[in-house]
Design a protein around this ligand. Structure first.
Ligand SMILES: [Zn+2]
Ligand SMILES: [Zn+2]
Length: 228
């Protein structure tokens, strides 16, 4: 079942893509359908600029999505899905045919892409795709609106900024990437697991999902999650 069937609206736009070879710094293997790379605009390819959660859905030569768990081919077309509906306003200003960018994993550029068609970008909903509830911490007792799903690449980037002493920059990036409130961004920044996957409060090794309560002290931790 394609994402359009699941979500009831078309993809935001389509791209042609080419995966870089291992010699070019690309992946050793081609990814499977369901791959969750991030997106970097070519013109943003400078230190500190943004990457965005826009996931590809690979197509066959007829423009039909390939099956789940099928491998992408090295060069082809893909539908692109903006993960956080609130971010559509940003991309409506920027995405048009001919715009170039990359599929990225963290800061690594794995594929070169060019926009070939705008689809539902201007009509798809601006509200988040995933309904957001509330997150709460069993240690400090705080409660705040959940952020949009945090991809591992974003979590690592925010963690790095905090570790470098740039908490204000981290909060700004979180707001830019997830379009969350200042309250949520501050709470996420205060509840991020350590870079080696430990509770920010007590240092216990974390297990489980992206948002998890520490098994020792109960503190909420945002981290990259098991098998990320
Ligand atoms: Zn807390
Ligand atoms: Zn803990």
């Amino acid at each position: 079942m394609s994402r359009a069937d699941n979500l009831g609206h078309p993809a935001d736009f389509r791209v042609s893509y080419r995966f870089r070879t291992p010699n070019e710094g690309g992946r050793e293997t081609l990814p499977l359908q369901g791959y969750r790379s991030d997106f970097l605009y070519e013109e943003d390819d400078v230190p500190g600029a943004g990457i965005y959660m826009i996931h590809p859905e690979f197509e066959d030569p007829n423009g039909v999505p390939i099956p789940e768990e099928a491998h992408a081919v090295s060069k082809g077309t893909a539908r692109m899905w903006i993960v956080s509906g609130q971010m559509r306003e940003v991309h409506r200003q920027r995405i048009k045919p001919g715009v170039r960018g990359y599929m990225v994993e963290g800061s690594r550029k794995v594929a070169e892409v060019e926009v070939i068609e705008v689809q539902g970008l201007h009509t798809n909903p601006q509200s988040p795709i995933t309904p957001s509830g509330e997150d709460s911490c069993g240690k400090c007792g705080g409660t705040w609106p959940s952020p949009a799903p945090l991809e591992p690449a974003i979590i690592r980037m925010i963690r790095n900024l905090i570790d470098q002493g740039s908490s204000i920059h981290a909060i700004a990036e979180l707001r830019k990437r997830t379009a969350c409130s200042l309250t949520t961004a501050k709470a996420v920044q205060q509840h991020l697991g350590t870079s080696d996957g430990r509770c920010h409060e007590c240092g216990t090794a974390l297990t489980g999902a992206r948002v998890t309560n520490c098994s020792s002290c109960g503190a909420l931790n945002y981290w990259v999650g098991d098998a990320a």
